[in-house]
Design a binder for this molecule. Structure first.
Ligand code: PMP
Length: 357
């Protein structure tokens, strides 16, 4: 073995379970760039929230129940703390949900890749239903699959990543109504703060099988890894059984509490992102060869005639977007950045598209 590196294990690992061997890890590559518009983060941070960290005793475990954080969330969402489960990002909550309820797990595609990755990691069956031409739920296919496959869990990301649209509320409601209390429907509202539609929080009282998933990652706190589930207390209690004891660290709890209390700043950042999204959408629509899809989130999916060339061309100028090859072929996805970043992106996209002629 050479110094500091394990070099002798070059053959494929065969001791892992077959479902893990065939699994592809979630790719979160760090690509150097000047303008980072690839990961649906907020361009605005809450660095002031870090001031709250100097009171933390590093030798003590964090509050395992995240009581203070849940109190703030409960107040914001008009629920009780028993209705909330905290996660190390919502990714961790997806793990907990599938661990708790098992599969089959149904979700539309294209959508957030972690539903499929975690289902496979846990060794459960995936039921993937293609979205319709408008990127809405194919309700006929979904209802048929529910009847036939009896999924125990359904994930609906609305607004959906990477398409950006909200699914029709009637279709979501139909799915919630049709599934018995044994089937859990998780509406993943990661991008709800940017949407013009209401979301599903108000339906929680009527449907015990409905859970809402939220994250702080899209509203300026991705570094903290804080997500939460809101649902009926009986269901929350069940999922809490699989939660690791100190899953949200003390630094994240403290910083999240401070940031969430700063409502004025939070609202102004969200407002700025929504207004920039509309400017980006209009600007992109004017560029020949570019078709942006309407978005209710903090990113825009767009079709281009030569996505690889445009992706590389943008990167050459220091602008990083997401290439959706293999997910929505022919498309790239751009996250809304700071106004000046969006302007640079629009200008470069126009230049690249025109030189494509
Ligand atoms: N749900 C959706 C729809 C997402 O797009 C993402 C992040 N890309 C997540 C959940 C995960 O967010 P978190 O950072 O809270 O794990």
């Amino acid at each position: 073995m050479s110094k500091g590196r394990i070099t002798h294990h070059t053959s494929r690992i065969t001791v892992s379970r077959p479902n893990i061997r065939s699994l592809c890890a979630y790719e979160a590559k760090e690509i150097p760039c000047k303008v980072k518009l690839d990961a649906n983060e907020s361009p605005y941070g809450f660095e002031e929230a870090l001031k709250a960290l100097n009171k933390i005793q590093t030798n003590r475990y964090p509050d395992p129940e995240a009581k203070e954080l849940k109190k703030v969330i409960a107040k914001d969402f008009g629920v009780r703390h028993e209705n909330i489960l905290q996660g190390n990002g919502s990714d961790e909550l997806i793990y907990y949900l599938i661990t708790t309820f098992g599969g089959p797990v149904l979700y539309p595609i294209p959508t957030f890749s972690m539903y499929g990755i975690i289902t496979q990691a846990i060794g459960e069956k995936k039921i993937e239903i293609q979205l319709d031409r408008e990127f809405d739920l194919d309700i006929k296919e979904i209802l048929m699959a529910i009847k036939k496959e009896k999924p125990r869990l359904i994930f609906l990301s609305s607004p959906n990543n990477p398409t950006g649209n909200c699914f029709s509320s009637e279709r979501i409601l139909k799915i919630i109504e049709t599934t018995s209390s044994l089937r859990i429907v998780v509406v993943d509202e990661a991008y709800q703060p940017f949407a013009s539609e209401k979301g599903f929080l108000s339906l929680l009282e009527d449907f015990k099988n409905l859970m809402i998933m939220r994250t702080l990652s899209k509203i300026g706190l991705a570094a903290l890894r804080v997500g939460f589930l809101i649902g009926h207390e009986d269901v929350i209690r069940e999922v809490n059984k699989v939660r690791l004891p100190f899953n949200v660290n003390a630094l994240s709890q403290a910083a999240a509490i401070t940031a969430l209390k700063d409502k004025k700043r939070m609202r102004s950042y969200i407002k700025a992102i929504v207004s920039e999204r509309e400017r980006l959408f209009a600007g992109m629509g004017e560029i020949k060869g570019i078709t942006p899809y309407p978005s209710e989130a903090n990113f825009i999916l767009f079709k281009v005639s030569n996505p690889d060339r445009i992706y590389k061309g943008l990167l050459k100028k220091g602008i990083l977007v997401r290439n959706m090859k293999g997910v929505v072929d022919g498309c790239l996805r751009v996250t809304v950045g700071m106004p000046e970043e969006n302007t640079t992106f629009l200008k470069t996209l126009r230049q690249l598209s025109e030189s494509n002629e």
